[in-house]
Design a protein around this ligand. Structure first.
Ligand code: DQA
Length: 146
């Protein structure tokens, strides 16, 4: 099983950016957590990060017929990007959305969420553990257990 993990803008700044919200772990720590969990489950993961909306759209398109599932933290594009929503709807690869923080409990503008309309589940406010929960849910879903 192949899972594509996509992280959006500024997530490469984890550990530096607002640690009181996103925690003190670095982006490499996040990747290590995801890779370790995937290895323990025997799942093949590719982790990708970009600060550019069009690159994220192209990465989602690349999942068509090549990936079994997508885990995506679109970061700020969550709240603005119809293009990312449309790309997920186009490829029809099951997708789970993850947010380290809980956008519902933050500023009002973060309550607007385009991307969740194309996702089978949202995991919010659980820090890096949220990626593990997303991987567990998505693999069960793909295997027909959910
Ligand atoms: C985020 C939440 C977004 O509102 C924010 O723009 C981010 C990160 C999260 O993981 O909590 O960049 O997606």
């Amino acid at each position: 099983m192949k899972i594509l993990v996509i992280n959006g803008p500024n997530l490469n700044m984890l550990g530096i950016r607002q640690p009181e919200i996103y925690g003190s772990g670095s982006y490499k720590d996040l990747c290590d957590t995801v890779n370790k969990h995937a290895l323990s489950k025997g799942v093949d993961v590719e982790i990708y990060q970009s600060n550019f909306e069009g690159e994220i759209v192209e990465k989602i398109q690349s999942a068509y017929n090549t990936a079994d599932g997508i885990i995506i933290n679109p970061a700020a594009y969550t709240h603005t990007s119809v293009a990312i929503l449309d790309a997920l709807l186009a490829v029809k690869v099951p997708a789970v959305e993850v947010h380290l923080s809980d956008p519902e409990r933050r500023e009002a503008f973060r309550r607007i969420n385009y991307v969740k309309n194309a996702c089978i589940k949202s995991v919010c406010g659980k820090g890096t553990d949220g990626y593990k929960e997303a991987l567990d849910f998505l693999t069960d879903y793909i295997e027909g257990k959910r």
